[in-house]
Structures are given as C-alpha cells and as structure tokens.
Design a protein around this ligand. Sequence first.
Ligand code: ADP
Ligand code: MG
Length: 324
Amino acid sequence: MKEFSLIDHFFKQKTSTRKDVIIGIGDDAAITHIPDGQALVTTTDTLLSGVHFLPDADPFTIAQKAIAVNLSDLAAMGAEPAWISLSLSLPEVDQSWLEAFSEGLRQHLEYYSIQLIGGDTVQGPLAITITAQGFVPKGQAITRGGANPGDLIYVTGSIGDAGLGLAIAKGEADKVIREPLLPAHGEFLLKRLNSPTPRLLVGTLLRRMASSCIDLSDGLISDLGHILAASECGAVVDVDHLPLSTAMTESVDRPTAINYALSAGDDYELLFTINEEQKGKLETALSSVNAMAMCVGHINRSGKLELKQNDQPFATQTLGYQHF
Ligand code: ADP
Ligand code: MG
C-alpha cells in the first residue's frame, strides 16, 4: 500500500467530521475555525514503543491512550477538545496493526466528537505523536501558576492504579501483590494503565473555581511540585487522604499503596487547588456530574512539599517518573 492510499484508508476515511474544520486531511495543511470569544489551547504528547508502552501492546489500545493523554492535558487547562493531528513513525506497513490502531482511533474520535485534521507518516521506530487542540473561553484557562497559600488541594478519581497496573503488565507484581490477586482487580488496574480517562468534564467545571490545575502524568510528588514551582508556594499533603481504589487497597499493603499513589505516573487524574470558600460550590458541581475528588492537603508559604501522616512527617524514598 502506498503512503497516500494508506493515509486515505486508515485515517481520512475513519475520522468523524466537525463543522469548524474548513479543510481537513488531504491538503498541505488543515484550516479550522475558532469560535468568537474562545482561546485556542494546543498540546503535544509522544508515545514511544518500549518507553510509554510495551512493544507488543495492543494497537487499538495504544491509539486510544495516545488520544487520552493529550485530552488530559486539555482537561487540565479547562479546555474542551476539538481537533487532533497524528504523526506516526512506523517500522513497516503492517496492515493488521494499522487496522486495529485506526479502529481504536476512530472510536475515540467519535466518542469525544473530535476530528483528525492531519498528520505525518514516516518510516522509523514505532512512535506516535498526537497534537490536540481545543477551546477555552478567553481568560478562563486554568494554569499551574495560580495557587495561593491557604488553598485546598484536590485530586480526582484514584491514584497509583496505573503504576500498580504497570507492575502487573510487566510480571513484576508478585513482589508487592498479596496473593492471590483478584481477577477483577487485575483487570481494573490494567485498564487504568492502558485506557486512562481524561477528566474533561471536571476540567471545564473547574474553570471559574480552581486557582491552579495539572494532570497527574508523572506522579503526585512530581506534578504537585510543578504547581508549587509555578505558583511559588509550598504545600502539606496528608498521605492518609490520598484517594486509593479498592483494587489498590485490597491488593497491596498500605505503605505500598501510598508509595504508588505518591510516586507512580500515568493516572491522568486532575490535581487542582481552590480557595477554601469555594469548597461548597465545588462539591455541588462535582456531585452534579457524579465526579469524585478528595481533599489531600493545602497550599502554604513554605516553598516545599511536606508529606504528613497522623501529623508526623512522612518519609518517602521515591520520586515521580523522570525522563532524563
Ligand atoms: P506533505 O508532504 O505536504 O507534508 P503528506 O504527504 O505528509 O503531505 O500528507 C498528506 C496529507 O495527509 C496531509 O493533509 C497530512 O496532514 C495528512 N496525513 C499524513 N499522515 C497522516 C496521519 N498519520 N494521520 C492523519 N493525517 C495524515
Ligand atoms: Mg509530510
């Protein structure tokens, strides 16, 4: 199959279409329309074989994760997604791999009502780069830099699951898992690793409420650190308040669960800060969309992150995922 028919068959014909796309796949560049009063939000993430997914991972799932991690960045800004472009580096044209990959892509494009508007296809080591774009009403984007002393720190969903899921996927979980692992828990944890859910609805709800927000891709310690650096603040986090899934608490002992929740990446939950006065409004808004978020601590002026348990300092050895 030649490059152009490949693009046409696997990508152009698979995408849902949107009214705000004037020219999509097929020309030298895409042309899109940004609604009045909205700012354009753009983010890029690459998934590399052997680094972000295991080389034999299911292509359907890889495609969906590549979209999800990008949408998670938009969610963290309070943006709603509109378009993606896809840069694909493939070692060879493997029709069945591309069939499954493009089907995963198609289903997510449809689910999130977003359009694939272009990309690039090259031969090389397996790598998937997606650029996602979306909108946020002008002036309402949530950044990392707005946290203030006294603000409460919240985390959505549950954290640490993807890290434990990765240990299971690599066959390294026997060291930490209490035997036997319930099949339903194993399934849940692997799903958390392979099929993350971008918290788009919560992100948009937070627009006029949160003072700062970040998505948890590299682990709480590392990612909260980015908020503290950008906001020039410190924080206290109570490790007993970290949101843990039942699959996590029933599969490993408590220190291990806390360690995963603090240090493991790939959960794609949102961590955000709000002024204490907004607490009631936040809780009402979250329950109106059936979303969960736990208060894990507060922002202060200390300039550092302190972890506490029962009001005592909590020592941890591990740091978040670092690429270099
Ligand atoms: P050019 O050489 O002008 O960069 P290409 O041959 O790379 O053009 O791409 C032709 C068209 O197909 C362009 O519209 C481009 O955006 C699109 N395209 C290429 N690869 C992909 C891909 N993996 N997914 C989606 N669209 C793609
Ligand atoms: Mg090109």
